[in-house]
Design a protein around this ligand. Structure first.
Ligand code: GAR
Length: 216
């Protein structure tokens, strides 16, 4: 059984979608631990409700940010976690964690990378006037939202969209796409060569690419 470690800073709705998929028997995995850097993250309530171990670690309690990440790596390793899932973890992951889990840390980002990396991606997309945005699941490297792309899914952007309305449309897709990417991993279908992720038996017509209508 694939053991997951979740890192989350806030609401944790992506964390919830993974729990739900596991509980529905659609994803063969178990969450071993939630680690948060935020003492009142709602993700903690979700962990409690589902009897999942959780740990709050304050980066300020460590001598350096590398020590913080070394501790996270140690906690995950102690519980035999194989795959680390960033679910709204609002920090750049540093070397001690990346080196401990090479190509075994996934992140979800609410834009079609490499467009709109960093914070407030949905706002960036609206303000830029993008007509399509979406979400990206990628393996994490030392850059900000730069690692090898596993899967992407698109949504249309309307001229009437606000940051909130676009965020909500993308989030609905995130909740499908993230468990799907983890499932690909759990089935041993992902391999990484440089920055290219190969997916064994990939179906390009997968539900996760959504085209906006081009004609009325
Ligand atoms: C999600 O939209 C996720 O894509 C985004 O934060 C939100 C977390 O929501 N992540 C990032 O922006 C990372 N750069 P959640 O806590 O409800 O899963």
């Amino acid at each position: 059984m694939l053991k997951l470690g979740i890192l989350a800073s806030g609401r944790g709705s992506n964390f919830q979608s993974i729990i739900d998929e596991i509980n529905a028997g659609k994803l063969s995995a178990a969450v071993s631990l939630l680690i948060t850097d935020t003492p009142d993250a709602y993700a903690i309530e979700r962990a409690k409700k589902h009897s999942i171990d959780f740990l709050y670690l304050n980066p300020r309690d460590f001598k350096s940010i590398n020590d913080f990440y070394a501790r996270i790596a140690a906690e995950l390793t102690k519980r035999s976690v194989e795959l680390v899932i960033l679910a709204g973890f609002m920090r750049i992951v540093r070397k001690p964690l990346i080196d401990a889990f090479p190509n075994r840390i996934m992140n979800i980002h609410p834009a079609l990378l490499p467009a709109f990396p960093g914070l407030h991606s949905q706002k960036q997309a609206v303000e830029y006037g993008a007509r399509i945005s979406g979400c990206t699941v990628h393996f994490v490297d030392e850059g900000m939202d730069t690692g090898p792309i596993i899967i992407q899914a698109a949504v249309p952007v309307s001229p009437d969209d606000t940051e909130d309305s676009l965020s909500e449309r993308i989030l609905r897709l995130e909740h499908k796409v993230y468990p799907f990417a983890i499932k690909l991993y759990s089935e041993g279908r992902l391999s990484v060569e440089g920055r290219i992720v190969n997916i064994n038996n990939y179906n390009m017509n997968s539900d996760y690419f959504i085209n906006p209508p081009l004609s009325r």
